[in-house]
Ligand binder design. Structure first.
Ligand code: GRF
Length: 205
């Protein structure tokens, strides 16, 4: 038996949770050597919570509206994650910026996925901005989280074509296929100890 440290994942969501699902599937198939300790949503009606329950995972809502400010909200997130021994935090469609309070504890141990080739088109309207700008290639980016909006060190990216007749929906669907591949891959690399942050860059291997 290996005595390698097993990572414990805490997955934060706000919505439908298809990336969450791809990670659950990869863990259940044994492709990622990690446990998922908890799925947390900041929204009570997130479909991600139902997905987690169906998978037999602890599903917790920490409703942002119950907290006076971001620091109090982040302290509650930290409390829940630490209580469950979480060592790596995965943002999977979590629609909030995390700040100093959270990153003081989980900085360098929090990942996000964004549906564009960063640093192009950060923010909440990546597909719309991509189509409006007229680029021919887009994709998705997994990155470590820092205090900026989609600005942290990049782990993996995948590209897809942008077609002349794309709508936000058709482009999002094409990108999502790649998201569901590279997010589990990036988590696997982390869990195998193969990611090293060096300044702005992430070395793999
Ligand atoms: C994905 O497009 C992801 O890149 C972005 O939010 C969306 C979440 O989708 N951060 P889902 O909830 O994982 O289906």
């Amino acid at each position: 038996m290996s005595d390698a440290k097993q990572e414990v994942l805490g997955i934060l969501c706000s919505g439908r949770g298809t990336n969450l699902q791809s990670i659950i599937t990869a863990v259940n198939r044994g492709e990622i050597a990690a446990d998922i300790a908890v799925v947390i949503s900041d929204k009570p009606d997130a479909a991600a919570l139902t997905r987690a329950e169906k998978a037999g995972l602890p599903a917790v809502c920490i409703d942002r509206r119950r907290f006076a400010d971001r620091d109090a909200f982040e302290a509650a997130l930290i409390g829940e994650l630490q209580k469950r021994g979480v060592t790596l935090v995965i943002l999977a469609g979590f629609m909030r910026l995390l700040g100093k309070t959270f990153l003081h504890v989980y900085g360098g141990r929090t990942m996000n996925i964004h549906p564009a080739l960063l640093p192009a088109f950060p923010g909440a309207h990546a597909h719309r901005d991509t189509i409006a700008y007229g680029v021919k290639v887009s994709g998705c980016t997994v990155h470590f989280v820092d205090e900026g909006m989609d600005t942290g060190p990049i782990i993996l990216q995948a590209a897809v074509p942008v077609l002349d007749d794309d709508t936000e929906e058709t482009l999002a669907a094409r990108i999502l296929v790649e998201e569901h591949k590279i997010y589990p891959q990036a988590i696997k690399l982390y869990c195998e100890g193969l990611l090293c942050i060096v300044g702005r860059k992430v070395r793999i291997g």
